[in-house]
Design a protein around this ligand. Structure first.
Ligand SMILES: [Cu+2]
Length: 158
């Protein structure tokens, strides 16, 4: 069978890009641990305000867990509750977040913390805060007319 040389180049290009993309997906999943929401916890998005722990959003000190603080966060168009988070430097923090309406993002600018919040799912992330200062939290999933104003602030204090 004869294959034209341009056809060969095109096949080589196609197959190489596929292999490259699969490698990038695999590398970010296994090396950086990026993955979709756990899928372990489901929640009725219409009843978020009544369901523990989302009935009481905010920062809570916890004992006997692998982390020191839990930050419970509810996103809805177009704000985060709580609007401001304060945690001490060096503490291990677990973010537990969900959304009441549409898909929102949760990105802490200047860090690699970046979660997608989907209605009906709970997104979680555990991290140790080792830099003090104020970090902007913003929504990076287009969610409607007020999307650009949807922000919160993480304060890491000494
Ligand atoms: Cu948004």
């Amino acid at each position: 069978m004869h294959i034209h040389k341009y056809e060969k180049w095109w096949l080589t290009f196609g197959i190489s890009s596929l292999v490259l993309f699969l490698f990038i997906v695999g590398f970010s999943a296994f090396h950086y641990g990026s993955h979709p929401p756990t899928g372990k916890v489901y929640i009725d998005p219409e009843r978020v305000d009544e369901i523990v722990p989302f009935n009481n959003p905010g920062v809570q000190k916890v004992e006997g867990k692998e982390w020191d603080y839990e930050v419970v966060l509810v996103a809805s168009a177009f704000y985060y509750n709580p609007p401001e988070i304060e945690v001490p430097l060096g503490s291990t923090v677990k973010f537990i977040a969900t959304t009441k309406d549409v898909v929102h993002g949760f990105q802490i600018v200047g860090t690699n913390i970046n979660m997608i919040l989907e209605p009906g799912y709970v997104s979680e992330y555990v991290t140790t805060v080792d830099k003090s200062g104020e970090f902007l939290i913003l929504c990076n999933e287009y969610c409607g007319i007020g999307h650009s104003t949807m922000t919160s602030m993480l304060k890491v204090v000494e």
